[in-house]
Design a binder for this molecule. Sequence first.
Ligand code: HEC
Length: 202
Amino acid sequence: MKTVLKALVLLVVVVAVLAVLVFTWIGSRGISARDDPSGLETVVARTMRRLAIPRGDRNRQNPVPATEEVLAAGRAHYADHCAACHANDGSGETQIGLGLYPKPPDMRLSATQSLTDGELFYLIENGVRLTGMPGWSTGTPEGEEASWHLVHFIRHLPEITQAELELMQEMNPRPPAEIRQQIEAERFLQGGDPPPSAPHAH
Ligand code: HEC
């Protein structure tokens, strides 16, 4: 009985010391999401993520052929849903992207490009827990097809052109105030300044 008690006291002391150490460590690093994860943290997280994707999913190949239309659909979808975090060019350099922990990686680089089609698809459909990456699955065949389009578009990111980037800027979501301003500016340029409710004559 005495040894059990001793062991318990020891356990409590060890846990308390560990707790103090962890709190001191967190306190010294802060909890800012603006920091970059350490190299070790990144390697561990990416390895765990890879292990968590079932082999069958990892080995899937893109069933949708990479036509011009498919790439255009992927580009439009990406500009609307993904660019806020990942940036149109895939660099991840947006205000939201840079403020996340972990940050979205530069998807033009080999760390992302070396993932299989199946892995990219799985990550898009399911997201990544405890990160900013949402799961986009809608549970429909159309939703899956849209994710395969996105896989083609991500493969295309390393050679994206300036013309495409300009096209995407037009498709990026904008705040309502900005849209309203643009409509008013166009109205003014068309020679009139009618009240907002007046019908538009074309
Ligand atoms: C709210 C921010 C956010 C949005 C919106 C978002 N992502 Fe992500 N994404 C992330 C973050 C953060 C990561 C990094 C996750 C990690 O470290 O495991 C990520 C990771 C990924 C990855 C894995 C890349 C790699 O090498 O680790 C892919 C692929 C991806 N996103 C695709 C997309 C697509 C396609 C969309 C749009 C349908 C999208 N994301 C929308 C934040 C976002």
